[in-house]
Design a protein around this ligand. Structure first.
Ligand code: ADP
Ligand code: MG
Length: 245
């Protein structure tokens, strides 16, 4: 059984169809990518999956259960985590406090830094930062981190909800080549260690073809091709509309 299944998913904004009749299946443990030019509907698709937007039509199933219309925090509680294309961190809090706040939020607690729950999750936050290689930045104000480190912190915040399925929207957007390389290695390691199912969007083709087991290509709201990297790279329509052939 697929862990994530999207059936006939559509979203219109006014008369404009941002996502149009999308079908998608992601198997357990798979690293799957959604690619496509700017405005293709990738972020909208992610928001439909995570409940941040309601579809105009179609369904989303997680482990066979219909989660269409369920509130985002409930979907998150079912093990489906996400990061956002624009970072979602609290810039004035420290790096450690950001992760603690995310851990507390997952437990349904407010960011009260003197509460017992918060003291308990201090160690957990430190362990999470260690696992993403940000321990050295723990006391730094999050807003002062490099852009690459902020995106890595964003990944840590997404991991605080202990997801089984993780959706990453352009995890390396705006990064230098070396930051991209480092972040992709980090994502691969985390996915392996936590046995995650990963669905990500990415504009860097080299990244996509190097780590994705399966790729869906979106164009003007539709999935125009899907399959393994070799099949997708060879697809004539993909080459025409996306790779610029
Ligand atoms: P991608 O992530 O592939 O770049 P998006 O999902 O962000 O694409 O956007 C797909 C299309 O939907 C774009 O044309 C965008 O302008 C439009 N769109 C996205 N969100 C909204 C919204 N809230 N209201 C109106 N149009 C939107
Ligand atoms: Mg986007």
């Amino acid at each position: 059984m697929p862990v994530l299944e999207v059936c006939g998913l559509s979203k219109s904004f006014g008369g404009f169809r941002a996502v149009s009749d999308v079908d998608l299946v992601v198997a357990e443990g798979e690293i799957a990518a959604v690619i496509g030019p700017n405005g293709a509907g990738k972020s909208t698709l992610f928001s439909l999956i995570t409940g941040h937007l309601q579809p105009t039509a179609g369904r989303v199933l997680v482990n066979g259960r219909d989660i269409t219309g369920v509130a985002p925090h409930k979907i998150c509680g079912m093990g489906l985590g996400r990061s956002f294309q624009r970072t979602n961190i609290f810039p004035k809090l420290t790096v450690l406090e950001n992760v603690r706040a995310a851990l507390l939020a997952h437990r349904g607690q407010g960011p009260n830094f003197w509460s017992r729950a918060n003291r308990l999750c201090h160690g957990e936050a430190q362990a999470l930062l260690a696992s993403i290689g940000l321990s050295v930045h723990a006391p730094a104000t999050a807003g002062t981190l490099s852009y690459g480190n902020q995106k890595q912190l964003e990944l840590g915040i997404a991991l605080a909800s202990d997801p089984k399925i993780l959706l990453l929207d352009e995890p390396t957007a705006g990064m230098s080549a070396s930051e991209t390389h480092e972040t992709i290695a980090l994502i691969e390691r985390i996915a392996r260690e936590r046995r995650l199912t990963l669905l990500f969007t990415e504009h860097d083709m080299a990244v996509v073809f190097s780590i994705a087991h399966r790729i869906a290509v979106m164009y003007q709201g539709r999935v125009i091709a899907h399959g393994d990297p070799v099949a997708v790279r060879a697809d004539a329509q993909v080459r025409r509309v996306y790779l610029g052939d």
